[in-house]
Design a protein around this ligand. Structure first.
Ligand code: PLP
Length: 421
């Protein structure tokens, strides 16, 4: 199936679904065992099947298979939020004393998880200036377990050089993890450029309507966990699961199998089947929505570029953007709804004058949303951290929705005018 067909129809099984053409919501916690032997086989991982919804659920299974197929991976796991997907991904391969290398220009929530919670757990995250690939290489030590990056960084809209990062990671025997939330597999499929694991906040474009929290982890199945002795958690017996050795039992799906049977089981951040249903509903129109998001955002970006009271515009597909060449390579179909700009006026007045743009902290919603990072998502950061993240006081981040583009432009123009009064 091509992308659009997979997005709308993938993995529906009408016979299993009583001929319902929409995905059924399996609102159940537990599953009947056919016999004691069946229960034993399920617990011993000898047969596939559901035991308890904290670990798997038939509704979630459809959403997982479709997301995995859209990314081109061997398997996926849906979780309660994007943050829990990132948490499980990192804890699946790193423990106390280990290190991770990432950019200082990543999503503020991830920054806090890495900088505070992981620090408390003894996992040291090195934040580097990602303008130069060599900085990643220099930060890697024997203890480093992965490189972590965002395809399109939130909120500063920096593009990751995925193939360059993959080369550095693989040279050092570690995987590249990519947060593909903002690009979505419709605009970029990181596995095609060498990434090993992809994470998503499905809260954003994949569900698409601002109504369902969720996350996903996708395994490319390409990373060889046995190539060195850095990843013993995959190659030695897991006592908490009858001594299973993940690479032996699950082959190239070891990463995703361990994330479910070990960490989803223990941490409990599973996705509600109802949210899986909403996410699948969103996936069915992903390609159509993304095209319009990209078209509206590029039109607004070009309009703002020519506006006398705008200090700067950040949109990767503007020719003078510093990441234009990277965007041409990785984002051939468009650069998402995310657009940044600096207003030459009073920021608060600007936000308050907007009528159509909703002032909220989200992106990838069908509705246009404006965020003021210095005052909201990045409020916890110190002045020097803000500087590292490239956030200035005039910086606005828009997620351009699917409304009529003339209405969108009129709303922004009016707010700029008001901000200068
Ligand atoms: C790039 C990125 N990754 C992860 C997250 C976290 O996702 P969630 O809010 O679903 O936990 C966000 C949220 O804004 C995000 O923008």
């Amino acid at each position: 199936m091509k992308f659009e067909t997979m997005a709308t129809q993938g993995f529906l099984d009408f016979k299993k679904q009583n001929n319902s053409i929409s995905m059924p919501i399996y609102a159940t916690t537990a599953y009947n065992f056919n016999s004691v032997e069946h229960a034993i086989d399920l617990f011993d991982l000898k047969v596939a099947g559901d035991i308890y919804t904290r670990i798997s659920n038939p509704s979630n299974d459809i959403t997982e298979k479709r997301i995995a197929a859209l990314e081109g991976g061997v398997g996926a796991l849906v979780t309660s939020s994007g943050m829990s997907a990132i948490l499980i991904t990192i804890l699946n391969l790193a423990q106390q004393g280990d290190e991770i290398v990432t950019s200082s220009k990543i999503y503020g929530g991830t920054y806090n998880l890495f900088n505070k919670t992981f620090k408390q757990m003894g996992i040291n995250v090195k934040f580097i200036n990602s303008d130069n690939l060599e900085n990643y290489e220099q930060a890697i030590t024997d203890k480093t377990k992965c490189i972590y990056a965002e395809t399109i960084g939130n909120p500063k809209i920096k593009i990751a050089d995925i193939s360059g990062l993959a080369e550095i990671a693989h040279k050092n025997g570690i995987p590249l993890i990519i947060d593909n939330t903002v690009a979505t597999p419709y605009l970029c499929r990181p596995f095609e450029f060498g990434a090993d694991i992809v994470v998503h906040s499905t809260t954003k474009y994949l569900s698409g309507h601002g109504n369902a929290m969720g996350g996903a982890i996708v395994d490319s199945g390409k990373f060889d966990w046995t190539q060195n002795d850095k990843f013993k958690m995959f190659t030695t017996p897991d006592e908490s699961y009858h001594g299973v050795i993940y690479t032996k039992e699950f082959g190239n799906a070891a990463f995703i199998a361990k994330s479910r049977t070990h960490l989803l089981r223990d941490l409990g951040c599973c996705q509600s089947p109802f949210n899986s249903y909403l996410t699948l509903l969103g996936l069915e129109t992903l390609h159509v929505r993304m095209d319009r998001h990209c078209e509206n955002a590029l039109t607004l970006a070009k309009h703002l570029e020519a506006h006398p009271n705008i200090n700067y515009v950040i949109y990767p597909l503007l020719q003078n953007n510093e990441d234009y060449a990277l965007a041409q390579k990785y984002l051939k179909k468009g650069a998402s709804s995310l657009l940044g700009f600096g207003v030459n006026g009073d920021g608060t007045k600007f936000i308050e004058a907007l009528k159509l743009f909703i002032h909220a902290t989200n992106l990838g919603d069908v509705r246009s949303i404006i965020t003021y990072p210095a005052g909201t998502t990045h409020r916890q950061l110190s002045d020097s951290q803000l500087l590292d993240a490239g956030i200035t006081k005039d910086f606005m981040r828009a997620s351009v929705g699917l409304e009529n583009i003339e209405d969108i432009i009129e709303d922004i123009d009016n707010a700029i005018e008001q901000s200068r009064k």
